[in-house]
Every structure is written in C-alpha cells, then in structure tokens.
Design a binder for this molecule. Structure first.
Ligand SMILES: Cc1cc2nc3c(=O)[nH]c(=O)nc-3n(C[C@H](O)[C@H](O)[C@H](O)COP(=O)(O)O)c2cc1C
Length: 206
C-alpha cells in the first residue's frame, strides 16, 4: 500500500455503539491540524440519540459545528462533513487524494456491505474507493459476540487489504478514566495511518 503522506484523511462513522471513539479521534486530529473529511451514516444519528440524547444535524456545516462542540475543538484543523447520501461527493472518487480512511466505530452492517463491495451510501463508497486504489482502510468493528458471518466478512476485508483494529482497549498502560481506554483504541487505529497525535503512554518494555 502506498500511503499519501498528506495531512488529510477520511473518517467514516457508522451506526455502531461507541461514538466516543470518533469524537476523541476528531479532537486529536483537529488539534494536530489535520484535515478530516467526515461522513456519518444515517444510522449513526440513532446512536447519538441513544448514547448522548443528542440530535446530530444532517446539514454539513451544522454537523461540523456539532462534532467540534462534542470534541471541544473550536477552530483548529479543518473538518468537512458530507451528507451520507452524497455519492457524488469528492471522496466518492479515486481522484480525491487522501492519506486513507478510518471507519470508527464500524457496524457489522457496514462490514458486510464493504465485504460485498456495495457502495449504497457515501461512507461505503469512500471505503470501497480506498480498497480499489490500494490506499489504507482501517476498520474499527464494534460488536460482541461475533457471528461466523461477521468473522467471515472481517476476514474478507482483511484479505482485500483493510486493517482490522477492533474496539478492544488494553489495561497495561494504566488507564484511569474511560477517556484513557478510548484513547488507546484511537491511538492504535491512527497508528495504522502513521499518525501519532494521541497522548498515549506506550509500552516501554519491562
Ligand atoms: C443504539 C444503537 C447501538 C447499536 N450498536 C451497534 C453495534 O455496536 N454494532 C453493530 O454492528 N450494530 C449496532 N447497531 C445497529 C446498527 O445501527 C444497524 O445495523 C444499522 O443498520 C447500521 O447501519 P450503518 O452501518 O449504515 O451505520 C446499533 C443500533 C443502535 C440504535
């Protein structure tokens, strides 16, 4: 895979539990002055309501403001939100140059659609483009337990070149808060794109 070493990446947010993972990623990426093209699936709105009792706006500029408020980053970096149905958006094309794409959290529905090569909304299309272009695609699945179908679909994505980074935190770095646990997953996810902007106490050996 040839990663474009620019400071622009795509973040897909699907309707799996764990929106905090996306919020923390946005916080660190914008603070480090990255450009994030964000596409949140239609189902992610339901998760926002269930997890935070919040209504995520669909209109792009309002949505960008919403994510910035959640991430507590007023001005740094660049955040562009794209409507989930806009399969004609820039990131729907291989000619859109990006470092790669992260889908976090990633539902089993999106995993299945990506494994089948479907591109029925912008998130799926953008992810499909990363695979066809041989660019990094990082999937952060969130489901438990996993059925054989889930495992097979994840295997198909790994075989196609995606990196699978399950939303499974570790405890050896002495986490004190939920944010510490979340940040471990966010850091290991961004590691896959060679982005090091999360203040993680990394393992230094015994
Ligand atoms: C509150 C809530 C939590 C959910 N959590 C998960 C989850 O952790 N993993 C998952 O695969 N699906 C989860 N779902 C189901 C997905 O949202 C559903 O399959 C949806 O069709 C996914 O669409 P998307 O992949 O286009 O976002 C959840 C749904 C709701 C409403």
């Amino acid at each position: 895979m040839t990663a474009v070493k620019n400071r622009s990446l795509i973040l897909g947010v699907s309707g799996a539990s764990g929106l905090i993972y996306a919020v923390r990623a946005i916080k660190y990426l914008l603070t480090a002055d990255y450009t994030v093209d964000l596409v949140a699936s239609k189902a992610s709105r339901l998760v926002w309501q269930a997890e935070n009792q919040l209504l995520m706006p669909a209109e792009p500029q309002q949505q960008a403001q919403f994510w910035r408020e959640q991430a507590e980053v007023a001005e740094a970096g660049t955040l562009r939100c794209h409507p989930w149905g806009d399969v004609g958006a820039t990131l729907a094309s291989g000619s859109f140059r990006t470092r790669g794409m992260v889908v976090m959290p990633c539902s089993m529905s999106t995993v299945a659609k990506l494994a089948a090569g479907l591109s029925s909304d912008l998130l799926e299309r953008a992810a499909d483009v990363q695979l066809k272009e041989g660019r990094p695609l990082v999937i952060v699945p969130r489901e438990t337990p996993l059925s054989l179908i889930h495992l097979r679909n994840l295997t198909a994505l790994a075989e196609a070149g995606a990196r699978i980074v399950p939303a499974i935190p570790a405890w050896y770095h002495q986490p004190q808060t939920i944010a510490d646990l979340v940040d471990f997953v966010v850091a290991r996810t961004l590691d896959q794109l060679e982005i090091d902007c999360v203040p993680l106490r990394r393992w230094q050996g015994r």
